[in-house]
Design a binder for this molecule. Structure first.
Ligand SMILES: [Zn+2]
Ligand SMILES: [Zn+2]
Length: 354
């Protein structure tokens, strides 16, 4: 029986590395040796011990198949496995709401994506939740497939992405991304790839992030910590001549930022809520202006195989440059250090490497 190391949420919060017996290969499943694994904001949230989702850590992962009981995969295959896979049979799946599928949230790797090796269950493998990748795509780049898939789903919901053609449902001239963390920056990168002429503005309170958005994403930046009460809407709208933005992406869970963001949407424009608000967060909406100004407010949760597939295509075809987002790498034994780095203001994306 093979022993592996894997990261777990510590009792009372924090992270710890444990040694345990690796789960056995089951029919149609595969074992993947982790090569790179991105730390997501949701992993950090799980460490507080107050998370509202499963406590399994690590899902932005790539690696090599080390054992296979699946006819579709061989030992040595370079893969991106997806941790949550929908059943494709229930009402949610049949109506296209794959990420609402009950089995989607219950499927996962064992013991998790921050481990030397992990099991990708037959359920995930047989439902198309594992992708073979070319040698041209590095393991580090491959870790961005999952978060990029999530961003694609968000932009699809906002009408700013099309899976079928280059004809966008929504003609975007300008966009405001509120929150320039890893996900906000990835949104900027994706928006630029789909709408080459777009003007991007970015709001944050952390100088290093604003600097990154300005230099690497060519964004007009607004430092919310430098405007009174963090009320960034007036200053942000000035960039558009006062009319507001075609699309505002809220890549932060802050209620206050949401309120300011709503004010930044132009008439008949759209807002995408993407950052995860804390449980019970509320906001009062002026319903008259919602109607008269034809505002569309939409949200998005996670990614289905449809968007994930497109994300991998964009990465494989070099339409999206994600290498620049990786600002730190740590081996698995330094998971604790890696988690605090991911929490720090000076990092964009922190990876665990195997
Ligand atoms: Zn994630
Ligand atoms: Zn389903």
């Amino acid at each position: 029986m093979k022993q592996v190391r894997a990261a777990f949420v510590k009792q009372g919060g924090g992270v710890e590395l444990r040694r345990l017996t690796r789960p056995d290969l089951e029919d149609s499943s595969i074992i993947v040796s982790m090569k790179a694994s991105g730390i997501c904001g949701t992993d950090l949230e799980k460490l507080t011990g107050l998370g509202i989702t499963s406590t399994i850590l690590g899902h932005e992962v790539s690696g090599v198949v080390t054992e296979s009981a699946s006819a579709s995969f061989d030992e040595g295959d370079r893969v991106i496995p997806h941790h949550h896979v929908s059943c494709n049979e229930c009402d949610h799946c049949l109506s296209g709401a794959h990420t609402m599928c009950q089995r989607y949230k219950n499927s996962n790797f064992s013991p998790g994506g921050f481990a030397d090796e992990f099991l990708v269950p037959a359920y995930n493998v047989t439902r198309g939740g594992v992708y073979r990748i070319s040698d041209g795509l590095s393991f580090e780049e491959a870790t961005f497939a999952e978060p990029l898939g999530c961003c694609i789903r968000g932009l699809l919901h906002a009408g700013a992405f099309s899976l079928e053609s280059r004809d966008m449902p929504l003609k975007l001239r300008n966009t405001l991304v509120v929150g320039a963390g890893p996900i906000g920056l990835l949104h900027m990168e994706l928006l630029r790839s789909q709408h080459p002429e777009i003007t991007i503005s970015a709001v944050d309170m952390i100088p290093a992030r604003l600097d990154f958005a300005e230099k690497k994403e060519r964004a007009n930046v607004i430092d919310a910590s430098k405007v009174e009460n963090g009320a960034f809407s007036e200053k942000s709208k000035k960039i558009t001549g006062g009319a507001g933005y075609d699309l505002v992406v809220v890549a932060t869970g802050s209620e206050k930022a949401f309120g300011e963001s709503v004010k930044c949407v132009r008439k008949s424009g759209r807002l995408l809520l993407f950052g995860v608000p804390h449980k019970g967060a509320t906001h009062l909406l002026d319903l008259a202006s919602l109607l008269l100004d034809e505002l569309t407010i939409t949200s998005s949760y996670a990614t289905s195989e449809m968007e994930l597939q497109r994300a991998i295509e964009l990465l494989e075809n070099r339409k999206i440059d994600v290498g620049k987002f990786v600002t730190a790498r740590y081996p698995l034994e330094k998971i604790e250090e890696a988690m605090s780095a991911a929490r720090s203001e000076n990092q964009v994306k922190v990876l665990i490497t195997g």
